[in-house]
Write a protein that binds this ligand. Structure first.
Ligand code: OGA
Ligand code: MN
Length: 296
């Protein structure tokens, strides 16, 4: 098999959202295939692998080829109640016994935060580089995942706004993003675990050199700014960055795997019927350092 990566929609978005063929993720890939995927990530930022019926062990083995994995300290279920290993984020609406969560279930309500535009783990000091999301079970309709190209969003900003935002540093926390939805019942332990961390608002990609906005619903403050003014600017930038021209929607099939670069994209889940199972497993590659420790 020969690996090939082509744009899903060459006319509308030639350099965003690529489709990868010619690999079987159940097998150990060659170093040159891994290098081709990394190059595809640098160009497309989001890659789709169709028909990859993998298990967690295979997903972990493939993911580890790209660097150290995060542990799922951002999940609300920790310890003995977890359904999945600590290196797999549980992106599902089922409990340990595979029962669909009740409407008022705390994990379910917390997970609704994934429907806000975000970048994974921007609330961690060293945030996420790549995320890999594997569809195990999907609902009959709804539940798409959408991605926004934050490089294109940067390129489309006027010069005054670029000059304004370029030096800014934001505070990110899951307490902020869940607060947007009125979810505030955090334990003391969670408040400590998810204390806010600083992140640059504008980043430079280490390989391509392109600048991009680094936004997420987790961002709730800008250093040196009054909070309402900060949140208004963040809202305004998010609205800009998520215009239809910068966005793609992925309609899931079972055994799809999507891989995205959190440094240059945002994503969100869309609504689906609450009584149907949606079960996706996410592995996440750590970035190399906090954004403030990375060059601009
Ligand atoms: C994630 C995420 C969106 C979705 O896995 O990080 O935000 O559609 N998922 O489930
Ligand atoms: Mn996410």
């Amino acid at each position: 098999m020969t690996i090939q990566i082509r744009p899903v929609d060459p006319d509308r978005q030639p350099d965003f959202f690529g489709d990868v063929t010619g690999v079987d993720l159940r097998e150990t890939l060659s170093d040159s295939d891994i290098a081709a995927i990394e190059a595809g990530m640098d160009r497309f930022a989001v890659l789709r692998f169709r028909d990859q019926p993998i298990n967690d062990a295979q997903q972990l083995a493939f993911s580890r080829r790209f660097g150290p994995l995060e542990t799922a300290t951002g999940d609300i279920i920790q310890g003995a109640d977890r359904r999945l290993p600590m290196e797999v984020n549980d992106i599902s609406n089922v409990d340990k016994d595979e029962q669909v969560l009740a409407r008022d279930n705390r994990k379910r309500l917390f997970s609704l935060g994934n429907m806000l535009w975000h970048s994974d783990s921007s609330f961690k000091a060293t945030p996420a580089r790549y995320s890999l999301l594997s569809a195990r079970r999907i609902p009959g309709h709804g539940g798409n995942t959408e991605f926004a190209d934050m490089r294109a969003a940067w390129d489309a900003l006027d010069q005054d706004t670029r000059d304004l935002v370029r030096p800014l540093v934001c505070d990110h926390s899951q307490i902020f993003s869940r607060g947007v939805l009125g979810f505030t019942d955090f334990t003391d332990e969670e408040r400590v675990r998810w204390a806010a961390v600083p992140q640059r608002l504008v980043r430079r990609h280490p390989v391509t050199g392109r600048l991009s906005l680094y936004l997420a619903s987790h961002a709730g403050a800008i250093h040196g700014w009054p909070v309402p003014e900060a949140r208004m600017l963040l809202r305004d930038l998010t609205e800009h960055a998520t215009q239809a021209r910068f966005v793609v929607a992925h309609e899931w099939r079972v055994a799809d795997l999507l891989m995205w670069d959190n440094r240059v994209t945002m994503h969100r889940a869309r609504r689906y019927p609450a009584d149907q199972v949606r079960d996706l497993h996410r592995t996440t590659i750590e970035d190399v350092a906090p954004t403030l420790a990375q060059g601009m």
